[in-house]
Design a protein around this ligand. Structure first.
Ligand SMILES: Nc1ncnc2c1ncn2[C@@H]1O[C@H](COP(=O)(O)OP(=O)(O)OP(=O)(O)O)[C@@H](O)[C@H]1O
Ligand SMILES: [Mg+2]
Length: 597
């Protein structure tokens, strides 16, 4: 997974290189600020108390040493300010480059996911839960971002800092360095152990918080059911219990968390004590000069911060890599409908033919079995059958949302796989069972299938779908925003917008999955009329839930358990007394009475 993340990072080699360079510069400048202890000791306590240090410090010591004490102090202050002054823009650059690289990589990952998701087959989408996919795009990329930031960028930055501090400490006194080397791992080990326990607790805490959210959202969504069953008290008790558990665990977890810095401070003091004693002895014996002792102390104290950060960053990295795995599942998923047809479907002139078509989701049971069906140009065919019979699956195959497992579908005598997907789909319009509208204006929703359509065609489609009066009644007319999933307009209006969209696209072949939701009589009439307009002059396959549609169809195909079981006109099928007649009793008959009356 790290490799995958790495491959994304490596797309920006120059950026990555500059970032590493700046990290190094900042780390070295940070080392410099500690090194300033040397000239400070030298100028305040005298040269004999300070070691010479690297050439730059020797030069500094000499420069500061010239003139009187006051001017020395002044020069010291100036050099300190100067070092920080140089460090300042680099620190800023470091922030900028880190953010830039991080966001660039995440942007590409997010877009890659989106791109692949739009290209993945309908079959892939029908098998994944859309909520799960959504969470991958939003939550998981956020976790990957965090891992990248903490586990890669911050980790490297702190690694450089740590290296500089450790080098300084080693230079200052290898003896003291050795002592820390023995004591530090013990201290770190203990801290790590407690840290692990804390993390475990917090994972549990997160889960419990998630459960609280679930309970609350379930309550809000199910409020009707809760009220109708009189379960208000029960739900409240459930929520109370979960809250109590969460509160108890929260307090315990935070106590343990608080224990971490307190204990590490205490353990650190043992290390400091040891260094103090040994360091003091080394100075008394004249083995090291005081400035070295101070440099050592400074770098060891400062080294703690990057060490701690690296430890945390490592944990975050592990955490984030799990999300990277989940992101990769999407980026590398390859359940595509192959788009290698070379022929452009320019016009539709003869017929759509299903030839021995079988379709399986998995190998256990066929969803469609040996479908042989011909739909002539200009015909309206109604598809009826019980729920789950395979009607939607059958029409999906024409659009190549999935390909038949066996057999083939021809249009005008050519296997539809020979056509380019784009040209095939441009000839087919679809109005789905549950109308899908976007959070946009009415205009953009209608123009979706044909963005280049002129104003005239747009108004024509409004008229045919009986939307004219509705749109005119709106203050903002066509530019009215319909809200998420069209929440601001009625069910019948939604259906008519979907119809207008299909009319504007003007495809020769039409697939209609009739909505099952019932509308009131007036709204129903408007939708029916709009539908009739849409069907005019087209070849249509209608998954029918309305009697009027079935009656107006040229032919009715009855599907049961993936097979065509009956075929004929309403009258024929009704009189033969088979499945259609039974379905009629169940599904369509109720509609019949008011119409007769
Ligand atoms: N992604 C999937 N994986 C496995 N089986 C599926 C999947 N999608 C649908 N099915 C199954 O395929 C069968 C046919 O479904 P289809 O949606 O075509 O039925 P339908 O006739 O359109 O039903 P309805 O009238 O309820 O819309 C059903 O048994 C369904 O459970
Ligand atoms: Mg269906």
């Amino acid at each position: 997974m790290l490799r995958k993340l790495g491959s994304y990072l490596l797309k920006y080699k120059a950026l990555l290189g500059s970032l590493i360079l700046v990290m190094m510069i900042v780390a070295i400048l940070s080392g410099f600020t500690i090194g300033m202890i040397i000239p400070v000791v030298s100028s305040i306590f005298g040269k004999s108390h300070a070691s010479s240090g690297p050439w730059i410090f020797r030069w500094l010591i000499n420069w500061i040493g010239k003139g009187d004490r006051m001017s020395g102090l002044f020069k010291l202050a100036v050099s300190l300010i100067l070092i920080y002054g140089i460090k300042f823009p680099f620190s800023l650059l470091l922030c900028y480059l880190s953010d830039f690289l991080e966001q660039k990589v995440i942007e590409v990952i997010r877009v890659d996911m989106f791109r692949n998701l739009t290209n993945l087959s309908y079959r892939f989408h029908s098998m994944m839960k859309s909520g799960e996919l959504l969470s991958k795009i939003t939550n998981d990329t956020e976790k990957v971002r965090f891992a990248l930031r903490r586990g890669v960028i911050d980790l490297s930055r702190n690694l450089f800092l740590l290296m500089v501090y450790l080098c300084l400490a080693l230079w200052a006194s290898w003896r003291l360095f050795l002592i820390s080397l023995i004591l530090a791992p013990i201290t770190l080990g203990i801290i790590h152990f407690i840290g692990k326990k804390v993390r475990g607790r917090f994972t549990l805490l997160r889960k419990q918080r998630g459960f609280l959210n679930t309970l609350a959202s379930e309550m809000l969504q199910g409020i009707k059911v809760i009220k109708s069953f009189g379960m208000e008290e029960y739900e409240l008790d459930k929520f109370k219990d979960a809250n109590k558990l969460y509160r108890k665990n929260y307090v315990k977890s935070y106590l343990l968390k608080g224990f971490l810095p307190a204990s590490s401070e205490f353990l650190g003091s043992i290390l400091a004590g040891a260094i103090l004693v040994v360091g003091g002895i080394l100075i008394y014996k004249g083995i090291i000069t005081p400035d070295r002792f101070l440099v050592f102390l400074g770098s060891i104290i400062l080294a703690q911060q990057p060490t701690r950060q690296m430890n945390l960053a490592y944990g975050d990295l592990q955490h984030g890599l799990a999300s990277m795995e989940s992101v990769r599942e999407i980026i590398e998923a390859d359940d595509f409908v192959k788009d290698d047809g070379k022929v452009n479907l320019i016009s539709f002139s003869d017929a759509i033919r299903f030839k021995n078509v079988y379709f399986y989701y998995d190998h256990s049971k066929p969803i469609l079995k040996n479908i042989n069906l011909e739909i002539k140009r200009g015909e309206t065919v109604a598809l009826v059958g019980p729920s789950g019979a395979g009607k939607t699956t059958l029409v999906n195959l024409i659009l190549r949302f999935a390909d038949p497992t066996n057999g083939q579908i021809d249009i005008d005598g050519k296997d539809i796989r020979e056509f380019s997907l784009k040209s095939l789909r441009s000839k087919i319009g679809i109005v789905t069972q549950d109308v899908i509208l976007f959070n946009d204006s009415i205009r953009n929703n209608i123009q979706y299938g044909n963005p280049d359509a002129g104003e005239k065609a747009l108004y024509e489609s409004l008229k045919k779908s009986h939307l004219e009066d509705f749109v005119e009644s709106l203050v903002e007319g066509l530019d009215t925003e319909i809200g998420e999933r069209g929440e601001r307009i009625s069910g019948g209006e939604k259906q008519r917008i979907a119809i207008a969209r299909a009319i504007l696209k003007n495809p020769p072949i039409l697939i209609l999955d009739e909505a099952t939701s019932s509308l009131d009589a007036e709204a129903e009439r408007l939708v029916q009329d709009a539908m009739a307009e849409l069907l005019k002059g087209r070849t249509a396959i209608v998954i029918a839930h309305r009697l009027s549609t079935v009656r107006n169809a040229d032919r009715i195909i009855v599907i049961d358990k993936g097979e065509i079981v009956e075929e004929g006109s309403h009258k024929e099928l009704f009189e033969s007394g088979g499945l259609y007649a039974r379905l009629y009793e169940l599904q369509f008959k109720d509609e019949d009475y008011p119409r007769k009356g």
